[in-house]
Ligand binder design. Structure first.
Ligand SMILES: O=P(O)(O)OC[C@H]1O[C@H](O)[C@H](O)[C@@H](O)[C@@H]1O
Length: 538
């Protein structure tokens, strides 16, 4: 019912200009909220008091509160795979138990965390040495999707906290990726982490085999094992691959790949930044969990971030949203959020299998500011498509001696949301052109190119400084946002059947590309592409 009411309300808003909402001097305070040092401002959107009430009613109707408790308490809300969804347990310090099938999962989570810490500290201190002596100077994490994007994103984000071995991430099955990564590394001082929840992902297992050959050729087959560790929930497979169980860090099937950074999959981050900083990251996630679980209605940040997204995509019909961190070290955050949001909420049927009656999740994309400003912002300001923008920026930078650059960064971030909202009307563009001496038709023509329609919505998330704690808050904020959106849409955010078909076809195509099998039964396009590739070197 609220869907219809929301759409009706949007229609009634007609040409409402966001700017006019600020006639109310209380607008900014009333349409923003804080949580543990974060500020989320959604006042530069068309969400007014009625829209917000209706959005909150929609969340109520969808049963977000009950579903949230079901998630936190280990019920099997991943209904197509019969699994609990408990990545929150990975950052839960206890002591209250979290049960799956009547068993408290926290003791095992904490024991694994302790083993990770011993291993990470051993590497960092030099206690765990390469078999040939010296220290491990470089760590290569081989994984893809959830076993890559999270730790790669966080390792970059926390660069100022690095004081451990250098971290490298290899994901693509394109041999160029592992080639270029290993090039220049010394096998004698390199540790390889094979990160794969299933330990069957073809890209990861192929790259892991390449790394094993690379190591064996230099350090000898007998020593290779001491250059490997594994992160997986398939302990039988890590053993079969020959990784010593003492170097395997396991997790349960209730941790989804794209939600797995908080546990063993985060080992690379822990090795880079140390145990205390990794614990701070977990604490940030846990702080957001407590906030999400207890804050009511419009005071709940993940809920309001989700409802803002629903307003823009499902109600206003804007097809994409841009995530624009004004923080160079969050350069991988948009890619991380693409998996988190699009793999979770890119679904065409509801939980019961019936086709969705409303649009599923939007396309998510982005780049750090200010780089994006000099590239795709043109379209955001003057294209025919409205792109809601999610800005984020730290009040403080990490380089005290470059504070003037940080001020410029902040000014740019704020200028963009202001420009998107206010735009430049035709009159102002005409004045500008008249001041250059133009007149008549040419003035008019030139002025029209300089009009910014404005009224383009954006939100801004401000955090104090990008510490490990704050990064944990931000990641958990987005996880819960995706969760709320999924509940409101009535879908399962925790499976990903959509990636299976391409994988199966790739397996079948590999011998065809190799020339071991013919293209009979393939469509004409695929057969012609194979033929061209084979003629040209395949
Ligand atoms: O960790 P793995 O089992 O190797 O999976 C790696 C990734 O591949 C899959 O195809 C899924 O789409 C992702 O959700 C997953 O994170």
């Amino acid at each position: 019912m609220s869907w219809d009411a929301l759409k009706d309300h949007r229609d009634e808003q007609g040409g409402l200009r966001i700017e006019t909402l600020f006639d109310d001097p209380g607008r900014a305070a009333a349409f923003s909220l804080r949580a543990d040092g974060l500020l989320f401002d959604y006042s530069k959107t068309c969400i007014d008091a009625t829209a917000r009430d209706l959005l909150l009613a929609l969340a109520d109707e969808a049963g977000v509160t009950a579903r949230r408790e079901a998630m936190f308490t280990g019920q099997k809300i991943n209904e197509t795979e019969g699994r609990a969804v408990l990545h929150t347990a990975l950052r839960n310090p206890g002591p209250d138990p979290v049960e799956v099938d009547g068993q408290d999962v926290l003791p095992e989570v904490h024991a694994t965390l302790k083993r990770m810490e011993d291993f990470a500290e051993g590497l960092r201190s030099g206690r765990i040495r390469p078999p040939g002596g010296g220290r491990f100077t470089d760590v290569v994490n081989i994984g893809i999707g959830g076993s890559d994007l999270g730790p790669a994103m966080a390792t970059l984000a926390l660069a100022p906290y690095h004081d451990g071995p250098r971290l490298h991430y290899v994901s693509n099955v394109d041999g160029a990726h592992i080639h270029d990564t290993l090039d220049g590394l010394d096998p004698a001082t390199t540790l390889v982490i094979v990160a794969s929840k299933t330990f069957t992902t073809i890209e990861t297992m192929t790259n892991a085999a390449t790394a094993r050959d690379w190591l064996a050729g230099r350090v000898g087959t007998d020593n290779v094992g001491r250059h490997f560790a594994a992160l997986s929930s398939a302990l039988d497979k890590t053993a079969a691959w020959g990784i010593d169980p003492s170097r395997v860090f396991g997790f349960e099937d209730w941790v989804g790949g794209r939600y797995s950074i908080w546990g063993p999959i985060g080992l690379g981050v822990m090795i880079a930044v140390g145990v205390k900083n990794f614990r701070d990251f977990l604490a940030g996630g846990y702080a957001m969990d407590r906030h999400f679980r207890t804050a009511e209605g419009a005071a709940n940040m993940p809920l309001m971030l989700a409802l803002t997204g629903i307003w823009h995509h499902q109600i206003c019909g804007y097809p994409t949203r841009a995530v624009l961190p004004y923080e160079q070290r969050l350069a991988r955050l948009p890619a991380y959020l693409q998996q988190l949001e699009m793999e979770s909420n890119g679904k065409r049927v509801a939980m019961d299998g019936a086709p969705l009656e409303i649009a599923s999740g939007p396309v998510v994309w982005g780049e750090p500011g200010t780089n994006g400003q000099h590239a795709f912002y043109q379209l955001i300001h003057q294209g025919t498509m409205v792109v809601p923008c999610e800005f984020m920026v730290g009040a403080e930078g990490q380089e005290p001696d470059l504070a003037h650059q940080h001020r410029l960064l902040v000014a740019n971030c704020l200028a963009q949301s202001e420009a998107l909202m206010k735009g430049r009307p035709l009159d102002a563009a005409r004045e500008m052109m008249a001041a250059t001496g133009l007149a008549g038709d040419e003035l008019e023509r030139q002025a029209r190119h300089r009009v910014f329609p404005g009224n383009r919505p954006s939100t801004t998330l401000v955090y104090p400084r990008l510490t490990p704690f704050v990064l944990g808050q931000i990641v958990a904020l987005y996880e819960h946002r995706v969760f709320v959106e999924g509940v409101v849409l009535g879908i399962n955010s925790f499976d990903q059947w959509g990636v299976e078909l391409g994988k199966a076809l790739a397996r079948a195509l590999e011998p065809i590309v190799a020339g071991d099998e013919g293209t009979e039964g393939k469509d004409g396009s695929t057969a012609a592409l194979v033929a061209f590739i084979r003629e040209n070197g395949g």
